[in-house]
Ligand binder design. Structure first.
Ligand code: HEC
Ligand code: HEC
Length: 364
């Protein structure tokens, strides 16, 4: 670390000579890097976490840290020849999604040009290549670069910082990109479905590659991993086989769950179209569709109903006396009155081994 810092100061000095206006301060940059540290580590023993480790970044081809799962966009950028240098980093750190459309780096960008210059200076201290003989040639070669650098962030620096300190001065507002990344739930009525489509046949390929190791080629489940197909007509047995096909009421939950949580250990690595294709294949494995050419899309999604949907009923607990008569818990300005509970959830309405009229919970 100390070694790095010394190298840093040396670089900073040389950089100051080469490009006086833009010399970043690595020590200030270390503070800026706290924003990055939520996802990136750097320095001795740094490992990739949410983001790739950032040692030896300067001069590195984008998207090439071994074992880190980049977005397709980042890999493509690297394959297209993009190398991390002052210019590319400046652009990326100001507007990540502008330089690499489709990057999965959920970071809105740095707003102040000094922060950008400083954090790059800091990153350089962990790039031996950049520290050694830095860059006589590089500095000269990147003359045009420096101009571009000076222009962009300078404009950003003039923009006022948003006022989101809040009452306690803690935290910050989630960025639009972060909200968009989190706001991905899909409702039974189709609200939240992304535009997209995929066929059973495509889904079979994707399922075999990404899911079959755990769930079996036909969703039969390997070892103790969950079974994803079959079990229809077993729900009233003593030991019902509850699968997404036999038990789950809504297809939206399947789509949402797979998109959000699968493949286990590599969640959110599939595109929306991939998830449509896999969901179509899961329907096929459960005999809910039978045509291999069937294409599931946001258009026809809500036409599909899972076999057990009708056995779920509206949760009407709010109408039952013990709920209906409950008063609002008395806080400030207490105005007693009936509670208004709006419940849209549905509960399973199957009582095992019983033809009698169901009482709701299955506990009889
Ligand atoms: C919310 C998490 C997060 C934050 C905060 C974040 N990054 Fe990233 N970063 C990522 C992810 C994820 C990737 C991989 C992007 C991809 O594959 O498209 C990445 C990629 C990168 C890359 C490309 C590395 C390579 O090997 O190609 C650089 C450079 C980078 N980040 C720098 C920074 C810096 C500097 C900051 C702070 C100013 C920062 N990041 C903040 C998550 C983050
Ligand atoms: C490494 C093993 C593994 C892989 C690969 C995997 N899953 Fe899973 N899957 C699991 C585990 C474990 C659970 C149960 C998780 C839990 O209950 O929290 C699960 C649960 C599920 C469920 C819910 C099942 C239920 O009845 O509750 C679905 C649907 C599912 N996976 C689909 C997929 C799909 C589609 C893929 C491929 C894109 C996939 N999984 C890849 C391990 C895996």
């Amino acid at each position: 670390m100390l070694k790095y810092l010394k190298a840093a100061l040396l670089t900073a000095t040389i950089a100051a000579v080469a490009t006086p206006a833009l010399a970043g301060d690595p020590e200030e940059g270390a503070k800026v890097f706290r924003k990055c540290a939520a996802c990136h580590s750097i320095g001795e023993g740094a490992k990739s976490r949410v983001g790739p480790e950032l040692n030896e970044l300067l001069g590195r081809t984008a998207g090439t840290v071994d074992g880190f799962k980049y977005s397709a966009a980042m890999v493509a950028a690297g394959e297209g020849g993009m190398v991390w240098d002052e210019q590319t980093l400046t652009h990326f750190l100001v507007k990540p999604k502008d330089l690499v459309k489709g990057t999965k780096m959920a970071f809105a960008g740095l707003r102040k040009s000094t922060d950008v210059a400083n954090v790059i200076a800091y990153l350089k201290t962990f790039s031996e290549g950049a520290a050694e003989a830095p860059a006589e040639g590089e500095a000269a070669a990147s003359g045009g670069t420096e101009v571009a650098m000076a222009e962009k962030p300078a404009a950003a620096a003039d923009a006022p910082l948003p006022d989101h300190e809040g009452v306690f001065g803690l935290g910050r507002l989630a960025t639009d990109d972060e909200v968009a990344a989190w706001d991905m739930d899909v409702r039974p009525d189709g609200l939240g479905l992304p535009v997209g489509k995929g066929t059973v046949a495509d889904g079979e390929v994707l399922f075999t590659e990404n899911c079959a190791v755990c769930h079996g080629d036909f969703g039969e489940g390997v070892g103790r991993w969950p079974v994803l197909a079959g079990g229809q007509d077993t729900l009233t047995d003593d030991r019902p086989v509850k699968t997404i096909g036999s038990y789950w009421p809504y297809l939206s939950t399947v789509y949402d769950y797979v998109r959000r949580a699968m493949p286990f250990g590599n969640a959110r690595s599939l595109s929306n179209d991939d998830v449509y294709a896999i969901t179509a294949y899961l329907l096929y494995l459960n005999d809910i569709v039978t045509d291999e050419d069937f294409e599931l899309s946001n258009e026809n999604f809500t036409d599909i109903h899972l076999p057990n949907e009708a056995n779920f009923k509206e949760d009407d607990r709010a109408q039952e006396p013990q709920y209906a008569e409950k008063k609002e818990p008395c806080m400030k300005d207490c105005k007693p009155g009936p509670v208004e509970i709006t419940m849209t959830a549905r509960v399973l309405d199957v009582t095992p081994d019983s033809d009698e009229e169901n009482t709701g919970g299955g506990i009889d």
